[in-house]
Each structure stands twice: as C-alpha cells, then as structure tokens.
Design a protein around this ligand. Sequence first.
Ligand code: SAM
Length: 245
Amino acid sequence: PTTHFGYKTVATDEKASKVAEVFHSVAAKYDVMNDLMSLGVHRIWKKMTIESAAVRSGQRVLDLAGGTGDLAAAFSRKVGETGQVVLSDINDSMLKVGRSKLADMGILGNVEYVQANAESLPFPDNYFDCITIAFGLRNVTDKQKALESMARVLKPGGRLLVLEFSKPVHKSLSTLYDVYSFTLLPLMGKLIVNDSESYKYLAESIRMHPDQETLKGMMETAGLDNCNYTNMTGGIVALHKGFKF
Ligand code: SAM
C-alpha cells in the first residue's frame, strides 16, 4: 500500500525490522541531524519535558527509547548519587552512541544501559518514579502494549511523560509542515547522510502517529490517571503526561 504522498507504507509485521534498519543507519549522525532538521528546537522540547518530569534526588528514572541519551544525561544530574537512571533502547547502535556520549560528558556512576523492547520491559513491577519516552513511541509496533508495559513498571504515584510529534492545531501550519516533512526532510537526509529512505520513514511515521486526544485515550486505557497534554510549537509536538495511582 502507498500513502497519499506515494510513499510505500510498512506493514505492521515488517515495521520492527524497518525501524531497526533506520536507527542502525542514522545512529552515528543522529544528534547532528536532530539539530539540523528541527533547527535546534528539539532542545527546547526536551528541556520542557525535563522540567515537567520534576525528577528529584534519589529517584529512579527510565528513559525509554532513549537513543543517544539527551534526557538521561539531564536526569542523571537530577537524581544524584542516590538515584538511578536507566537509558533503554531496542537498538544497540543508538545505545552505543548514547553510552559513549554520556561517558564523554563525565556521566558514569548512576546511569545503566539496557537494550529492551518497550512492548515487554524487563523491569520489576512498581519500580520507577518517572518514565520518559521522547520521539520513541511512534516507532513502536504495538503502542498500546508498550504503554501498558510502562504503566506496570511505574511505581504508584509515578508519572509517564510521552514527548512525540503530534497534530498541528492550525490547517495552514499543517500544510506547511507536510511540505517540510515530505520534501525537505528526505532531501536533507539525502544531502547530509546520503539516506533519504530513513527520513521518508520519519515523515511517514509522524503522519501515522495518533493525535493528541487519541494518545491521551490510549494512556487512560493503559490504566494511567490524570492524563493531559501540552501542545508545543503549534501542536507539531505534544507532551503527554499521566500518573499511576
Ligand atoms: N529519545 C531520543 C531522543 O529524543 O533523541 C531518541 C529518539 S529516536 C527518534 C527513537 C528511538 O526509539 C530509537 O533510538 C529507536 O531505536 C527506539 N525504538 C524504536 N522502537 C523501539 C521499541 N520497540 N522499544 C524501544 N525503543 C525503540
């Protein structure tokens, strides 16, 4: 099947291997591309997520689909020596880049690296005070299953934050954004890392991701309470937050 933009869509059972291929391919250049493609704005989205997570000294934090570790690095400073941060990702290439980046930053003691699928987390029940998943959920094949797995490993009183591309609130912004993501993004991918396919996948995965209200409903179905979201940059990105009581 093809999307209305003419790109081939990926069948669900092929999705995981497509995602693996994409992130093995982009891992080395991932951080540079993030800055270029978002004109640096991803740093602001992440900063707002880190502030909203309100992680304190001594807490246990899971940065899921954490890739190159931008959030994990910030959390490591906040939890201090008595806390614990787990940087987890399904992809070992991304995890390796993350591990060496954090080591270069002098972050050693309180961060662990765990290769895991968000759909079946290898952690005990009721373990983490806070879980974040930034620009990760849309890559997961069974998103509902992943949200349920996250709810299971959250402590009662803990919170889940999902930072993800979402649906722009105004039609004009939406049109502009479509043009950007379906033409400029793959072109930048081609010119900078000679990989337009990965960036076509990126645009497609953004387009197919559930909108704000749908994702909120999925979090509620997973058993989380007080779920709400904040739109950023006109809804291009949304930060969803939910609690386990
Ligand atoms: N969180 C980082 C950030 O915001 O820069 C990385 C985001 S990157 C766009 C998406 C990450 O999700 C990749 O590192 C990819 O390997 C990971 N991922 C994809 N499917 C996953 C799954 N089922 N479970 C865990 N991680 C997954």
